[in-house]
Design a protein around this ligand. Structure first.
Ligand SMILES: [Zn+2]
Length: 474
């Protein structure tokens, strides 16, 4: 029997008790990456929180099946239907074919996705695999009168819907209507400003590399259609939970619902789970602001990707989270202390089943209460402080880590077995020592001290000895 589980449903705008269509089973769809560029750590925050949602559901007794798309065609430079195709822009920038770009960034995405402890979706599907499904859905929408052909493109007719802005309050609706008027370059083919393209044959930009035959001429799909089709292909006509970042609420998820429910003639998805932005001091992280801060870059700088996960778990998924290296340094320090405490626990002895059940219940209540991850971590600290034997504590750490996925036992073991430094960290340490030596030679002692502190914040202590600089993990 699965336990009760609640989270904030963007569609009803309140925290709701989750009731899946089939008891104990959850079908879940998550919008995947657009593979024309690296996914920054803000994107990865979204995937971490989705991973926690899945594992928290599993911890509460549910079985989850999750599908994710890979957007390798049709996502334009803006969410509007104009501008330059992002894939083509990426290919031009890097002098590669669009499929080479897609492969490169898909691999890079999953490398970072895995490094932060996420479980891969049961099914991932690139949009370019599903062109016949897109064409079929568009044909049905045309037959049912929800779409029209104009100027060579096929558009979804939002004027046919009683309630297009399904996620928005009346005030937000007005703001969006103003926004839609201001942002979108006028497309005279559209009957309504909010109409969106399902299939392009006439593009405003040249050089579209990927094209397919369709009943409306050679062209390519709009972005929104892929999520509706890929979801239905693998999960059937209804899904329990649809996930994404808050950025996706409008227009992407609004358009997904419009086309899916017009196609089906019935409700498609009951629960919508959205996680908030990661900001840096300059504001919202975005791909267009030059250098992209990725999980791989954090690793190159000597951070443990799981310390970044720990950073994300300490804040609520519905709140914007501000990232700074200072904040990550603090969390890394706390993470190392936590590992130290776990490493001190001795194996052996009997697990106190009653105490284990009590704390597991507390942990489950925290995650099942709108994914209160910081409370779940507090329960972990409570366990470490509690008056019970080490065997019970270790069993609980292992149990909680099924959701937290911080590799707590693995880290603690590595610590007790003595420092094992991976080659990336070692290269970073040696480079930092070189930079410090150079700074000292140039009598730039402020920089030299800053480098020493930088190393210290990552748990590396250096000492100047007669034989040269020595370092050790602390
Ligand atoms: Zn989507």
């Amino acid at each position: 029997m699965a336990n009760t589980f609640s989270f904030y449903n963007t569609l009803s705008r309140k925290v709701e008790e989750f009731v899946p269509e089939v008891p104990g089973k959850v079908s879940m769809y998550t919008c995947g990456p657009t593979v024309y560029h690296f996914a920054h750590i803000g994107n990865i925050r979204t995937y971490i929180m989705q991973d926690v949602l899945i594992k928290a559901l599993e911890y509460s007794g549910y079985e989850v099946k999750r599908v994710m798309n890979i957007t390798d065609v049709g996502h334009l430079a803006s969410d509007a239907d104009t501008g330059e195709d992002k894939m083509v822009a990426g290919a031009k920038r890097e002098h590669k074919t669009v499929m080479e770009i897609a492969k490169f960034y898909t691999d890079a995405f999953f490398k970072d996705f895995d490094a932060v402890g996420n479980k891969r979706p049961d099914i991932t599907e690139p949009a370019t695999n599903c062109i016949p499904e897109f064409i079929h859905m568009i044909e049905v929408l045309l037959e049912k009168g929800f779409a029209y052909v104009a100027g060579g493109n096929v558009y979804f007719d939002t004027g046919k819907l009683d309630n297009y802005y399904v996620f928005s309050s009346e005030v937000e609706k007005e703001q969006l209507q103003v926004g839609v008027r201001d942002d979108v370059e006028e497309d005279l083919n559209k009957k309504n400003k909010t109409d969106f393209v399902l299939w392009f044959t006439k593009s405003k930009f040249e050089d579209q590399a990927l094209k397919w035959d369709s009943p409306w001429g050679v062209g390519y799909p709009g972005w929104h259609i892929e999520c509706s089709c890929i979801s239905m292909k693998h999960l059937g006509n209804t899904i329990d939970i649809h996930c994404g970042g808050v950025d996706n609420i409008f227009p992407h998820h609004t358009n997904e619902i419009a086309q899916s429910e017009s196609y089906l003639g019935s409700t498609w998805c009951k629960y919508w789970f959205h996680s908030n932005h990661l900001n840096d001091r300059a504001g919202k992280m975005s791909k267009s602001k030059g250098a992209v801060l990725t999980v791989s870059v954090l690793k190159e700088k000597g951070y443990d990707p799981l310390a970044y996960r720990f950073f994300c778990l300490q804040s609520h998924y519905r709140k914007p989270l501000e990232f700074s290296f200072e904040a990550l340094d603090n969390v890394t320090g706390a993470f190392n202390k936590l590992i130290n405490k776990i490493a001190e626990l001795k194996e052996g002895g009997e697990v106190d089943a009653k105490a284990k059940e009590k704390y597991e219940g507390e942990f489950r209540d925290a995650v099942a209460n709108d994914l209160n991850t910081s409370m779940a971590i507090t329960v972990l600290y409570d366990v470490l402080k509690a008056d019970m034997n080490d065997a019970t504590k270790l069993a609980l750490v292992e149990s909680f880590d099924r959701v937290l996925s911080l590799d707590l036992i693995g880290h603690a073991k590595a610590l007790s077995e003595g420092p094992k430094v991976d080659s990336e960290l070692e290269a970073y340490i040696l480079d930092a020592i070189d930079r410090r030596a150079k700074a000292k030679k140039e009598k730039d002692f402020a920089t030299a001290d800053a480098i020493r502190d930088e190393l210290l914040s990552k748990g590396v202590e250096i000492k100047d000895t007669r034989e040269g600089v020595k370092w050790q993990l602390i």
